[in-house]
Design a protein around this ligand. Sequence first.
Ligand SMILES: [Fe+2]
Length: 168
Amino acid sequence: MTDMQKDQVKLIKPDVALTDDAIQKTVLALQTLLADEHVLYMKLRNYHWNVTGPNFITLHELFEEQYTALADTIDDIAERIRSYGVRAIGTLKEMQEYARLDETPGALPPARDMVADLVSDHETLMRHLRAAANDMGEVGNMGEEDLFIGLLQDHQKKAWLLRAHLEG
Ligand SMILES: [Fe+2]
């Protein structure tokens, strides 16, 4: 945890019936997820713009559907952070600092590799979300446990919608 994160948590006086430790773990999990969702959002837009090939229209539209939905997800996560009295990270530099998902600047993969990359990112997020939901259960934060379980289900469905394009 960085000094900035510790300072943020010290400023909080939320009445959410959780220990300081539980709140710190919760906020870190939310900020990290916020950053990962931004990386995935940007990647979806990049692929929406730059995809080519015989499945152009289908993938162009599917990527748009997914980043449009992710914009709402991102907003929900950031506003959840604010509900703890903490500043939500809001700069690209901070997103990069926190994010666990990778990008490949300068590379433009073929359409099939774009889809595979997005499936992989959704699956990575599912693993992180399952772990985060478990952590929230352990610290008694059922509200965020519920958020993470819901997002896990969202990513699982989005992964399926993409994976179907790799099959057959
Ligand atoms: Fe567009």
